[in-house]
Design a binder for this molecule. Structure first.
Ligand SMILES: NC(=O)c1ccc[n+]([C@@H]2O[C@H](COP(=O)([O-])OP(=O)(O)OC[C@H]3O[C@@H](n4cnc5c(N)ncnc54)[C@H](O)[C@@H]3O)[C@@H](O)[C@H]2O)c1
Length: 378
């Protein structure tokens, strides 16, 4: 028997919900919708469905970020709030937020496995853009496959359904981990064989394919960037294979010694966190007609642990690295791209990274030193 949601999707497919280019809000639907999906809040929204005035606050998208307390969510929220206003960006997670996050803008509890609660939050807050960051990353996922399957795949299904029902623009990041040992590795193009060997990679290929399928079948405004390993000074990495490239800076400044869980010659694509946030914002703002695809590689730089250590030594000459490869993480890294071909992102919507290895190292060392100084003062 056809479920109520399937019926709704079919109606959506027939009517192809669209967005106003100026205010990002969904345009009135052409066809009927399942009556039970209208809550009182949604009825308010329907009544005010025409474009708001140019000076109105509602001109901005209303953004909801899932899994927002990990390495990337808080920084992205900060950037989006600068552009769209503090209260137009809602962070969510299943963890308790630190005070500075609570003080910086709206935060709510949201478990992506709780479909009803997530739908209620989206509807009641009149969300127009959904940024889905919740995930278990590569190394953590291998240690807990059942939970990773649930959060990364069931969570995605919930988010896809809610985005479709509410005509949202949906952004879900993918990763270098969506490729595997049979993919071309140096450079890896957007379209090639994808046979990853981790539950993380498998769930991200599923994300890419489901999102693109919903886009082609139902007109969902799905957008996906394959992030390289992201390097940040002010947030903890979430259990990925590229985490060494963050810890190395902390250990270099604390003890001038670091033990690396990858071989010195393991080359992986990486990106400074500010480039990652800017890429996400620029991609989300790109007019749909500029996008020839819905899933893009984005690149910045590519380095080995040895090359990174050499660059750090230019600032800290006594820095020493020893290598003790971990079988799981080394195995994962050996199956991943060494560098990304991001020529489609460059050509379609103008992507260009600002940070290369030299700038990355200078910025990381400066930021971590500053954090230590501030911590000592307070
Ligand atoms: N950080 C990177 O280097 C990197 C690289 C490529 C792609 N990505 C992608 O970017 C996104 C964000 O990455 P991150 O590094 O911030 O991840 P992270 O692991 O640091 O954070 C993920 C967050 O998801 C939350 N979460 C877990 N289960 C949840 C649930 N059931 N409901 C709601 N939230 C839940 C966690 O509490 C955590 O705060 C992920 O989708 C990841 O796959 C990250």
């Amino acid at each position: 028997m056809m479920s109520a949601h399937m019926m709704l999707w079919q109606l959506r497919a027939a009517t192809k919900g669209s967005f106003c280019r100026r205010c990002y809000r969904p345009q009135p639907q052409q066809g009927p919708l399942r009556p039970l999906t209208w809550s009182p809040r949604q009825l308010d929204r329907k009544e005010t469905n025409s474009c708001p005035s140019a000076t109105s606050n509602t001109e901005y998208p209303r953004v909801f970020i899932t899994g927002g307390l990990g390495q990337l969510g808080v920084g992205l929220a900060q950037l989006l709030r600068k552009h769209f206003g503090r209260n137009n960006v809602i962070l969510s997670d299943i963890k308790k937020p630190p005070d500075e996050v609570l003080n910086s803008g709206p935060f709510v509890y949201a478990d992506v496995l709780d479909y009803k609660n997530l739908r209620e939050l989206v509807v009641n807050n009149r969300i127009t853009w959904l940024i889905h960051y919740s995930a278990l990353l590569s190394a953590i996922g291998e240690a807990n496959v059942t939970l990773a399957r649930s959060v990364n795949i069931t969570g995605l299904h919930n988010v896809l359904d809610i985005a479709l029902e509410n005509s949202l623009r949906l952004f879900v990041p993918s990763t270098i981990g969506a490729f595997g040992p049979s993919s071309p590795r140096n450079p890896t193009p957007d379209l090639c064989i994808q046979r990853p060997r981790t539950i993380y990679g498998v769930s991200k290929v599923h994300t890419e394919l489901m999102g693109e399928y919903y886009h082609h079948k139902y007109g969902l405004d799905f957008r996906c960037l394959r992030y390289p390993g992201i390097i940040s000074a002010d947030s903890e990495p979430g259990g990925g294979t590229t985490d060494y490239a963050i810890q190395i800076f902390h250990d270099a400044l604390a003890t001038a010694k670091f033990t690396c869980y990858l071989r010195p010659d393991t080359r992986l694509p990486m990106m400074h966190v500010r480039d990652c946030h800017r890429a996400t914002l620029e991609f989300l703002q790109a007019p749909a007609e500029r996008l020839s695809m819905r899933t893009y590689n984005i690149g910045a730089m590519s380095f080995t642990p040895n090359e990174l250590a050499c660059e750090i030594r230019k600032h800290l000459p006594s820095f020493e690295v020893t290598y003790a490869p971990d079988a799981v993480r080394q195995g994962i890294a050996d199956s991943w791209p060494m560098s990304f071909d991001d020529s489609n992102a460059q050509g379609d919507w103008g992507w260009k990274a600002e940070f290369q290895l030299r700038e990355l190292v200078e910025d990381m060392l400066r930021s971590i030193k500053e954090q230590k100084k501030n911590a000592a003062v307070s």
